[in-house]
Design a protein around this ligand. Structure first.
Ligand code: S3P
Length: 446
């Protein structure tokens, strides 16, 4: 089991209805990309609403090591003076990405296409995660993997070519990280780099490429896929970025309000990008009372203020093709399903095995520790709902995984006995204000 150096056990217990109005921090995916594009642009990129979690701070440190000048002006407000595509400097030491899969994989795309030699490392969780999926296309583009741990794991060292070769690539799994790594590498290549995905994944990289002046075309491919074509070697021009609130973080207060009887909360300005909205669609199918109070646009993304009221949920089957649009939300959906009436089957969850932890195993174990009947059937997770009644009283092992920790703390707000997580330290990677924000709504998490 992976452990933090100083595990911090945290307990959540039922106290009463949640009420109030909250805004969750900036989107993690967009925040990583904001730092990376700031590095690759010419001029000064001004960022507001940046998520100041540990993961994004690792990416900021890497951007500095690669030649960007990064200023912190105040809460969420940052300025990045870029080095420009082709202008990266050879970093002096290794790049330590901590727990951050997105930061490390996207930066591998950047560095693997530049004539520098870069060593990537991370914590015990990152050291277990597969990087071959990124190294394979980078090798096709001319990168040389000088050193790697078994199966392509960090610590690993990549030497980029003098000039990267443009490729057409079909990622073997639906992954925005693979797509983004190839596109970011394609910035340094002449000609067109193409990614063809069988299932559309989050499109933040494509949108930001356009926002910084690159030429990108996106067309439909098959029933659910996309073909993304990037014209290489653009001069990216710095552009302002307003980071909208993270729907993957909003998922925690949202599910908490659905399962704690009598709750009625507002969650402000949550990004509703359709490629990130699978959880909302699923919860609505389950009968959740979620209404849109107002809708607007922030930084090129639609955002909505959501009103969430507790109420009876019923079990559903979640189709596998929905997975890319809610990939990080399955742990907390499994918590919602535990309180529903009837069975919920979440299909096609193989990718959950290679997240910050093996989330399929961690969710199953945590649910069982709370007295929920559930099982893994191939790549599906099947949860028998307790119709509002879940015993709790157990300890969920978090395996250095922030979303496992937050999911089981949300669960403990509605179980008969409190739920404990063995370590809440990793919550700081994506949602440092999680505990005060939840307690401000009336939760008891300590
Ligand atoms: C992310 C993509 C997803 C997601 C991760 C963030 C991104 O990973 O799980 O938290 O910002 O591109 P995969 O692309 O590996 O599915």
């Amino acid at each position: 089991m992976a452990h933090a150096e100083h595990p911090v056990p945290v307990t959540a217990r039922a106290k009463g209805p949640l009420c109030g109005r909250v805004r969750v921090p900036g989107d993690k995916s967009i925040s990583h990309r904001a730092m990376i594009f700031g590095l690759l642009a010419i001029g000064e990129t001004r960022i507001t609403g940046l998520l100041e979690g540990e993961d994004v701070m690792r990416t900021a440190a890497a951007a500095r090591a690669l030649g960007a000048i990064v200023h912190h002006d105040g809460p969420g407000a940052w300025r990045v003076q870029g080095a420009g595509v082709g202008g990266l400097k050879q970093p002096e030491g290794l790049l330590d990405f901590g727990n951050a899969g997105t930061g490390s994989r996207l930066m591998m795309g950047v560095c693997g296409a530049h004539p520098i030699t870069t060593t990537f490392d991370g914590d015990a969780s990152l050291r277990k995660r597969p990087m071959r999926r990124i190294l394979d296309p980078l090798e096709l583009m001319g990168a040389v993997v000088v050193e790697q741990r078994e199966g392509g794991r960090v610590p690993l060292t990549i030497r980029g070519p003098k000039e990267a070769v443009p490729i057409t690539y079909r990622p073997p799994v639906a992954s925005a990280q693979i797509k983004s790594a190839v596109l970011l590498a394609g910035l340094a290549a002449p000609g067109e780099t193409t990614v063809i995905e069988a299932e559309a994944t989050r499109d933040h990289t494509e949108k930001m490429l356009r926002h910084f002046g690159a030429e990108v075309t996106v067309t439909r491919e098959g029933a659910h896929g996309r073909r993304v074509v990037l014209k290489g070697q653009p001069e990216l021009q710095a552009a302002p970025i307003a980071v909208p609130a993270d729907p993957s973080s909003a998922a925690f207060p949202l599910v908490a309000a659905l399962i704690v009887p009598g709750s009625d909360i507002l969650i402000e300005s949550v990004m509703t990008n359709p490629l990130r909205s699978g959880l909302l669609a699923t919860l609505r199918e389950m009968g959740a009372d979620i209404t849109v109070e107002s809708e607007t646009n922030e930084g090129g993304e639609s955002v909505a203020t959501l009103r969430v009221r507790a109420g009876g949920l019923k079990g559903v089957t979640v189709p596998p093709e929905r997975a890319p649009s809610m990939i990080d939300e399955y742990p907390v959906l499994a918590v919602a399903a535990s309180f529903a009436s009837g069975t919920t089957r979440m299909r096609g969850l193989q990718e959950l095995r290679v997240k910050e932890s093996d989330r399929l195993a961690a969710v199953e174990a945590g649910l069982k520790a709370a007295g929920v009947t559930c099982h893994i059937d191939g790549d599906d997770l099947v949860v028998e709902g307790g119709n509002g009644n879940v015993a709790g009283g157990g300890v969920a092992a978090t395996h250095l995984d922030h979303r496992i920790a937050m999911s089981f703390l949300v669960m403990g707000l509605a179980t008969q006995k409190p739920m404990q997580v063995d370590d809440g330290a990793m919550i700081a990677t994506s949602f440092p204000s999680f505990i005060p924000l939840m307690n401000g709504l009336g939760a008891e998490i300590e």
